[in-house]
Design a protein around this ligand. Sequence first.
Ligand SMILES: [Fe+2]
Length: 191
Amino acid sequence: MALLTLPELPYAKDALGFISEKTLSFHHDKHFKTYVDTANKLIEGTEFAGMPLMGILATAKGALFNNVSQAYNHDFYFKCLSPEKQDIPEKVDAALNSAFGSAEKFKEEFIKNAAGNFGSGWTWLVEDNDRKVRIFSTSNAGNPLSSGLKPLLVVDVWEHAYYLDYQNRRADYLKDFAEHINWGFVAENLV
Ligand SMILES: [Fe+2]
């Protein structure tokens, strides 16, 4: 039995506006699916079969870690997007105010960090052990769980996430991303 499954997108492929249906089709149906399928092939018949995803992420190395982590990261990323502009829930707003001064300053800082995340990777908002929120970038397939940090929000800065729509204009993709954040999902993660 396959351990990982490919979840459906939580919105229609043409619903986001700033990311085209074509990009979402490639991103979800090809890239994300390939990570899930490859992870399952690598897991099959090994000691990782039947292990919870978090257990695999904590112990796997090499190609298995990369594919399982990319599956986890993509699931998280697609949940972070909202077709409609959402208000920021009070507890998230309070955490952003405390760490960055305001939600707008957080967005500026997040965009700056993600724009400067060299090469392929992910830029996150995380909560640390002291319950402080901060920005954290990972390269390639990395994720914050490996560093003991709780992910709250992520943006995919691999070129496949935006290149068809934005080409080299990563900062423009990030500015539009910041206006399409599923803040309800961020609030669910900030418990
Ligand atoms: Fe991606």
